[in-house]
Each structure stands twice: as structure tokens, then as C-alpha cells.
Design a protein around this ligand. Structure first.
Ligand code: GLN
Length: 490
């Protein structure tokens, strides 16, 4: 492979190339850094680029590779969403509040990647504190969709999805509280995996809504997602909700047969509000699965319509507690010349947080306040249980749930910024998965007439990541939608 085309390769292919010494990690890293420098002014997918750190990590990886090191990501340049703490590298979380914050330690998954030999290219753009579905809430300006720069890349992990789609990184980490891995993956025509809650450590990841947050990879293919998950997943005693389940090698079962696979199509996911082109592409994908030996049946998840209202009480409630730590005292933004302590708190928070974050803190504090707790927060938790029970019942007779990732393809920048509720409805098919703690994946299944990518969402039972990746990979062996790149990408 000519070195000018290295960005077209998948992570699995790059691993082979590095092993055979077809190119070095330094060459590969330089190649990506040059692309970021030349092209990212169009996409704004990075908040920080780590030129020097990346090259020194690449040099070290080359030494290790020469000694036959076979670590899973040895020499592979990747990007991290800017809410994973990185020692010595600014971690802004897309917010003015943390614009000056350089953590003294690495998040667990950042360390996992370093221990596996990965090179860190930089930190990707995101909605402020991961709140949003379009990346338009970033203090650093929106990331743009590489398929159409008038459109949003989705959110909150829009920078990670745009960077992979524009081939500025072969893989990126991301986080998903209500859809932020899967929805941007769908909008940008890439693969995004949200693992089971507790599968990947949250230690060192800036908290949004702790009972929902989960980290995972955005990649070009399901095979690459399996390689990444092998590195990211695992028990961590520092995260009290990390689960000590055995970790399979996710790459070994990718090509297993799908003969007899039972797919459920929730009737609530194919109703009003679903774009007709999206629906058609999902139906086509289901036919591919039938040809691979799967059986398909309609199921019902009767409480689906309550997911958006329940989530938009629970997530703000948790965020109002989590974000109370940003008080202008310990770290982050501090206002100029405070009159007294109260003024310091008030103005630091008023000036440091953006509009959407403030809206959520207000909603959350209200829902948790005495007198409203039972009516809103407790009620939302009860609804959450009903949603989980819907899934438990469904998984009695099916193996996986299929449907759209989002109700429509990428929308134009500014189209929903004036109407928060229409933005919240973007998450209608992804939120239930987080409320139940289940794993889900979005894979490209075609483009609309306007050449906008569409994602197929697959949701599995707890800890069924290996199965989900197998189901996604078999589809990618049969189809080439994941190989299509945005038109302007060279
Ligand atoms: N769009 C949802 C929200 O704004 C989900 C975001 C996320 O998954 N981080 O809360």
C-alpha cells in the first residue's frame, strides 16, 4: 500500500501493515497528523491535537514493534473524546468551564489504550459535558458532518464520528449516555458500539449522568470495534459500577454463522416520525439478515414512548448533582474579581457553563427538590424499570432487536437549536437502551437520495457484545455500506 493511502485502511489492516513493517508507526502517525492539519479546519473534529506526544508515542511503538510486540493497538494512532482525562493534555469536555483544565492522570480507558501500545493523536470535539445530539453545544464551535458540511455530525460524540468518517483517525473513543456513540455514528456513516453498562470503566471520564454513561469505540468496521473493545473493556475496582464479568476475545466469534438468529422488530420503532427513506433502508438490511438465515418477528416494547420523558428527568437530575463540583474553587473556570464566596460560585458557574448545560441543571435540581421528587424523579425511575422489563420480556424469545438508530438522517446546522424538545426527540430509539443498561451498536446500512448515511441499530441482551459484533460483522461481510466514504474525502 502506498503511504498516501494509509488513511483508507481499517484498524485491522493497519495492524497487519505495522506487523509486516510495510510502514512504521511514525510514518502512519505523521500521515494522520498531516491530514488533520490540512483538513480539520473543514470539520472541526478535534479540540486539541497532540503532535509531539503522538510522535514520541509512535517512536516508542516502533521500538516495541521491532521487538515483536503484539499488543492489540501497538503503533495505531487513535483519538479520544475530550471527556476522557489525559495526563498533561487539556480535557475540556467541550466547555469553557474546563477550557483551562489539564488533568494529572489518565482515565482508565486512556491507560488501557496506552498499555496496548496506541498512539494518541488528540482530543475530539463534543457537545458541552456530552449534552446534545448535534455537537452544536460545544464551546469550540460545532463539528461538521464530513458527508455534507451544512449538516451536523450528530452528538454528543460528533467530533469522534466526524474524525473517523473524514479518515483523520482510524478509531476514536466516545461515550454514550442516551445515544451519543450510536447517533453520530449513524449520521456519519461509521460503526459505533455502546457496551453494556458496567462493561467499560467510567473512571476518569467526566461524569454527565452516572447511571447511564458508558464509554465505547467509534470505528470504520465491526471488526475494528471488536479490536477496540478488547482493549477498553474490563473490570476496574475504581469504578463502583464496573462489573467483574469474564471478558471474551471479541474478535474470535466475528464470523460465526447467523443461521437461526432470532431478530425482533419493535413495532414502536416503525411508527410516525420515522423518515420513510430510513425505514426502507432498515427493511432492506433486515432482508439481508433473512438471507443469512435469521428469522424475523415483530415484537412490542410498550413503554418506548415514555423513554424520552423519563430520560430527560433522570439525566438532568444526575447532571445537576455531578456538575455541582464545578464551583470555581477547585479547578476549572473562575470568574474575575469575586466580591465574596457566593459571588465566586454564582458568577463562575454563570460564565463557565453554556445555555443547554444550565437548562439541564435547572431541570434536574427542580426534579430533585423536596415536593417534586416523588412527582418527577421517583416517577421517572419507576418508568425506567418498566422500560427494562419490556426488554427482559422481549429477550425471552429473540436474540437481538433491530431498528433505526435515529428517526432521520443528519439535519442541517441550526435546524433544531431553537427547539430543545425537537432535539431531544432525536434520541427516541437510542435512549431506551441506556435506561435499561443494554449494549447497542449502529452500523451503516446505506444512504438516502440526498446521499446522507443511515444507521441500523442492533440492541442485545446484557453482555452480548460478542454476539452483536458477530451480527454486525456478518452484515459487513455481505454488504459494502461501511466502505463508502464521504464524497469529498480523498
Ligand atoms: N442527546 C442526549 C442528551 O443530550 C444523549 C447525550 C449522550 O449520550 N451523551 O442527553
Amino acid at each position: 500500500m502506498h503511504s498516501t493511502n494509509l488513511h483508507q485502511l481499517t484498524l485491522a489492516e493497519l495492524k497487519q501493515g505495522l506487523k509486516k513493517q510495510a510502514f512504521s508507526s511514525v510514518e502512519l502517525t505523521q500521515h494522520y497528523l498531516e491530514r488533520i492539519q490540512r483538513l480539520d479546519n473543514q470539520y472541526n473534529s478535534f479540540i486539541s491535537v497532540c503532535q509531539e506526544e503522538a510522535l514520541s508515542m509512535a517512536k516508542q511503538a516502533d521500538t516495541q514493534l521491532a521487538q515483536g510486540d503484539e499488543s492489540a493497538l501497538c503503533g495505531i494512532p487513535i483519538a479520544h473524546k475530550d471527556l476522557f482525562c489525559t495526563e498533561g493534555v487539556r480535557t475540556s469536555c467541550g466547555s469553557k468551564m474546563l477550557d483551562n483544565f489539564t488533568p494529572p492522570y489518565n482515565a482508565a480507558i486512556v491507560d488501557n489504550c496506552i498499555n496496548a501500545g496506541a498512539v494518541m493523536l488528540g482530543k475530539t470535539n463534543m457537545d458541552e459535558f456530552a449534552m446534545g445530539s448535534s455537537n452544536e453545544n460545544s464551546f469550540y464551535g460545532p463539528a461538521k458532518n464530513p458527508w455534507n458540511s451544512n449538516c451536523v455530525p450528530g452528538g454528543s460524540s460528533g467530533g469522534s464520528a466526524a474524525a473517523v468518517a473524514a479518515q483523520l483517525a482510524v478509531a476514536a473513543t466516545a461515550s454514550d449516555t442516551g445515544g451519543s456513540i450510536r447517533q453520530p455514528a449513524s449520521f456519519c456513516g461509521v460503526t459505533g458500539l455502546k457496551p453494556t453498562y458496567g462493561r467499560v470503566s467510567r473512571w476518569g471520564m467526566v461524569a454527565y449522568a452516572s447511571s447511564l454513561d458508558q464509554a465505547g469505540p467509534i470505528t470504520k468496521t465491526a471488526e475494528d470495534a471488536a479490536i477496540m473493545l478488547n482493549v477498553l473493556a474490563g473490570f476496574d475496582h475504581r469504578d463502583s459500577t464496573s462489573i467483574d464479568e469474564p471478558k471474551p476475545d471479541y474478535t474470535t466469534t466475528l464470523s460465526d454463522s447467523l443461521e437461526g438468529l432470532r431478530i425482533g422488530l419493535p413495532k414502536e420503532y416503525f411508527s410516525d416520525g420515522l423518515d420513510s427513506q430510513v425505514e426502507q433502508l432498515i427493511q432492506d438490511a433486515i432482508k439481508t439478515y433473512e438471507a443469512l438465515g435469521a428469522t424475523v418477528k415483530e415484537i412490542s416494547l410498550p413503554h418506548t414512548h415514555l423513554a424520552v420523558p423519563a430520560y430527560y428527568v433522570i439525566a438532568p437530575a444526575e447532571c445537576s448533582a455531578n456538575l455541582s463540583r464545578f464551583d470555581g474553587v477547585r479547578y476549572g473556570y473562575r470568574c474575575e474579581d469575586p466580591k465574596d464566596l457566593e459571588d465566586l460560585y454564582k458568577r463562575s458557574r454563570a460564565e463557565g457553563f453554556g445555555e443547554e448545560v444550565k437548562r439541564r441543571i435547572l431541570v434536574g435540581a427542580y426534579a430533585l427538590s423536596a415536593g417534586y421528587y416523588d412527582a418527577y424523579y421517583r416517577k421517572a425511575q419507576q418508568v425506567r424499570r418498566l422500560i427494562k422489563q419490556d426488554f427482559d420480556a422481549a429477550f425471552n424469545d429473540i436474540d437481538v432487536i433491530a431498528g433505526p438508530t435515529a428517526p432521520s438522517p443528519a439535519f442541517e446546522l441550526g435546524a433544531k437549536t431553537k427547539d430543545p424538545v425537537s432535539m431531544y426527540l432525536e434520541d427516541i430509539y437510542t435512549l431506551p437502551t441506556n435506561l435499561a443498561g443494554l449494549p447497542g451498536i449502529s452500523i451503516p446500512c446505506g444512504v438516502t437520495k440526498e446521499n446522507k448515511p443511515v444507521g441500523l441499530q442492533l440492541t442485545g441482551h446484557y453482555f452480548s457484545e460478542a454476539k452483536l459484533l458477530n451480527i454486525a460483522h456478518r452484515y459487513q461481510q455481505e454488504t459494502d455500506f461501511h466502505q463508502h466514504t464521504a464524497p469529498a474525502i480523498d
